[in-house]
Design a binder for this molecule. Structure first.
Ligand code: DAH
Length: 353
């Protein structure tokens, strides 16, 4: 055999080894083919054996060829071995054979009620237990209901308290849920217990505590002999249910044209139990909502005789309440897609999908 014949037979051996390796279905099978091809009676060993009978000047070249072929065949088997290992592991996993119970399971995402909705439901629920019925009103409201009937006539300086979006048709985007008061009085008369949750709009510059769109719950109770004591009792019971703890409430004087007297209602800070913390600015109290005794003019606008009936009203800011209950520091998060703020374990709902 001359050099080129030897080369040919070695190439043929490598090719043959490649085919056999590709056809092997298990690593055991692969190992036995490898030891046959590279073993004592294999083609490479055959060439090595031949070397003794070759002239001295050819031995080096033949030895080199044989070695190269051997290395190539070894590399080919190593590659196929890796391939088989992966394929077999994947197959095992598919059959569940390699199930590892200590690995974390697949994450199932669950929906959650938005913080404002959650607080709204809680407020509605607490007030419904005290006989309040939920009503609603239009978000695009007439000037009459939004201002006039609430004792805020045109040119009244109190209009400046609420920066208003005006609509081309002469209406406004309601700046509060208070217009629902007169609508409810007109519709149902006295005695009356209603709440009106809803969206309100103000021409505000956005910052950490102001949004141009926010949620309120209006409350109105009208009956014979209603006093500030009723207002305090209803607010206290409602807040205790929403925050699930004993709370104190207090009133400070406040001015709103549609109530007389008007108040700002504070509750003892739910985070520090009134001891003082950064959230309540060390005062132990947090502002909850404005409220007051319904102004006789407003009762009259609603068709109710102020000589016979009195009432209280409150305008609860749901957004603020939600932020306080769920510890959300920035109002803008509520309209964001930041699930860390919006999804709270307490509000997870629905079954695992
Ligand atoms: N409507 C007022 C506002 O948004 C809040 C308010 C104050 C509502 C006093 C009331 C009330 O019912 O009695 O600024």
């Amino acid at each position: 055999m001359d050099l080129s014949q030897i080369q040919q037979s070695l190439d043929a051996a490598a090719e043959e080894a490649g085919r056999a390796a590709a056809a092997a279905a298990t690593t055991d099978e692969l190992r036995s083919i490898e030891s046959r091809v590279l073993g004592k009676s294999g083609p490479v060993a055959g060439v090595m054996a031949l070397m003794k009978s070759l002239p001295g000047d050819q031995r080096g070249a033949v030895g080199k060829l044989a070695n190269e072929t051997k290395k190539a065949i070894e590399a080919l088997f190593a590659a196929r071995r890796e391939e088989l290992k992966h394929a077999l592991a994947a197959g095992d996993q598919a059959r569940g054979a390699a199930f590892d119970p200590t690995l974390p399971g697949p994450v199932r995402l669950r929906g959650a009620v938005h913080p404002v909705t959650a607080v709204q439901w809680e407020v509605e629920d607490a007030l419904a237990r005290m006989g309040f019925v939920a009503v609603s009103g239009p978000e695009m409201e007439s000037d009459y209901y939004n201002f006039e009937a609430l004792n805020i006539p045109a040119m009244h300086p109190a209009r400046d308290m609420q920066d208003t979006f005006h609509v081309d048709n002469g209406c406004v985007l309601r700046t509060h849920t208070s217009p629902c008061q007169v609508r409810a009085m007109e519709r149902f008369g006295a005695p009356l217990r209603v709440i009106a949750p809803g969206r309100c709009f103000r021409y505000e510059t956005l910052d950490a505590s102001h949004e141009n769109t926010f949620f309120q719950v209006e409350g109105l109770m009208v009956d014979r002999g209603i006093s500030v004591a009723n207002l305090i009792a209803v607010m206290r019971v409602m807040l205790q249910q929403v925050f699930r703890r004993e709370l104190k409430v207090r009133l400070r004087p406040g001015y709103f044209p549609f109530v007389e007297p008007g108040f700002e209602l504070d509750m003892s800070c739910a985070l520090c139990d009134g001891k003082g913390c950064p959230v309540c600015k060390r005062s132990g109290w947090v502002e909850v909502c404005p409220c007051g005794m319904v102004h006789p003019n407003v009762l009259r606008f609603g068709g109710i005789d102020p000589a016979e009936f009195t009432g209280f009203a409150f305008g609860l800011g749901l957004t603020r309440l939600a932020m306080m209950k769920y510890g959300i520091a920035d109002i803008r998060l509520l309209n964001s897609a930041d699930l860390r703020a919006l999804v709270h374990p307490e509000r997870l709902c629905g079954p695992l999908i």
